[in-house]
Design a protein around this ligand. Structure first.
Ligand SMILES: *Cc1c(COP(=O)(O)O)cnc(C)c1O
Length: 397
């Protein structure tokens, strides 16, 4: 059990967070509550609970209905909030549902003032996020820009500044505190998927939201789709309202799996990060590699954010092949050819064909997504096997 008075080491916190009620329940493993609805012995009290949840309260006397609240998902949220050091966390059906909820909540603050909301988005972004913003589906005006232009681009109608660090897929780092300063009163949302709460806590640097695709490192085993937003309680209430009204809830089985991933998160990050750093160094010297992108490489962190903002360079790297990148991927025998990241196995993909396919070609170029760029999400295999696979594929393609 977590004592509030004395913070534990993150490895201890990751094991115990969100499990404080288990002893009282007389169980050891996380219980999965599949109820879609809950008995209401007193309908007047049930009504009061419904009212509280609909207004965004984190809990009530009854869960009433699973779209309003689910105890299994709520435990995962408490665990994630503890790891991020925030008052609250709100889980969603996927990372995209989480990002969409943050955008809808921001749009609502503009709508309440009778204006159309405006978002300042720092490229590069996850391909899905980029496409969601660019296609105008949410009725928000969007300016895509870079960190140095944030102050100029924020105007009267700006309701959110959105960024990723490290960014996808080229692993550039952005100074969160600096962007927060340039954004003034406008809340900043950071997609923290690549770093995870183990390596970076954006709210420590003034970000209003830390957003995760829990599908990646948090779940960690490639078997669950989930999203979560860590933030202050006042902002969480609005996100819960979006979740209730749009129905973008995390299924309790998925909430269980996402939570089950957390105890091993620090160990998985640490092992994968060590391997990624060594692979990045070796690849940078490979004759068939034109460039390697990884925050830990010399020159990759000109603002000195490693150590200050991010506690390690993470487990993802990107490289530009000299030869045909797709032919190279075809020669791999061990590394999994697939989109997604943060699983136990090492995964490789070609952003221009897959994750960033829907981003316009000129915008891709601006983000450094060259035709020969491939992204590698390093898993838990032994480095010697990974290196042998990569080296052979690079030499034979
Ligand atoms: C995968 C991913 C998302 C989207 O998450 P889903 O769970 O697939 O909806 C958002 N941001 C980043 C950085 C991602 O890697």
């Amino acid at each position: 059990m977590i004592s509030a008075s004395r913070p534990h080491h993150e490895r201890t916190t990751a094991v115990h967070a969100g499990r404080a009620d288990l002893v009282g329940l007389g169980v050891h493993a996380l219980p999965i509550d599949l109820s879609s609805t809950y008995p209401l012995p007193d309908q007047r009290l049930g009504g009061a609970a419904l009212q509280a949840l609909a207004e965004g309260d984190p809990t009530a006397a009854s869960s009433v209905y699973s779209r309003l609240h689910n105890p299994t998902v709520a435990r995962f949220e408490r665990a994630l909030a503890t790891l991020e050091g925030t008052e609250a966390a709100v889980a969603f059906a996927s990372g995209m549902a989480a990002i969409t909820a943050v955008l809808i909540a921001a749009a609502q603050t503009a709508a309440q003032r009778g204006v159309r909301g405006h978002v300042v988005a720092l490229r590069p972004l996850y391909g899905g996020t980029d496409h969601l913003l660019a296609c105008g589906m949410l009725g928000l005006d969007v300016t895509f820009t870079t960190a140095d232009r944030v102050a100029e681009e924020c105007g009267e109608r700006t309701v959110l500044v959105l960024l990723e660090t490290p960014s996808n897929p080229c692993l550039g780092l952005i100074d969160i505190a600096e962007v927060v300063r340039r954004s003034g009163e406008v809340p900043v949302a950071v997609d923290n998927t690549f770093a995870t709460p183990i390596l970076q806590n954006p709210t420590e640097f003034g970000a209003a939201y830390s957003v995760h695709s829990a599908t990646k490192f948090l779940g960690g085993h490639g078997d669950v789709l989930a999203g979560v937003v860590a933030c202050a309680e006042t902002r969480a209430a609005a996100l819960r309202q979006v979740r209730i009204l749009t129905g973008s809830v995390l299924h309790p089985l998925a909430g269980y799996l996402a939570h089950r991933g957390l105890p091993t998160l620090p160990l998985r990050m640490s092992a994968a990060q060590e391997t990624a750093g060594e692979l990045a160094r070796r690849l940078a010297e490979h004759p068939n590699v034109a460039a390697v992108h990884h925050p830990g490489l010399p020159g990759a962190d000109p603002s000195g954010l490693l150590g200050r903002q991010m506690r390690g360079p993470g487990a993802i790297l990107a490289l530009e092949t000299v030869g045909d990148p797709i032919a190279m991927i075809g020669k791999l025998g061990l590394i999994t050819s697939s989109v997604s990241l943060g699983s136990t196995d090492t995964m490789i993909q070609h952003p221009a064909s897959l994750t960033h396919r829907l981003v316009a070609e000129t915008d891709r170029a601006d983000c450094g997504i060259t035709p020969n760029l491939v992204r590698l999400s390093v898993g838990l295999e032994h480095i010697s096997d990974l290196w042998a696979d990569l080296d052979a594929a690079l030499r034979n393609s």
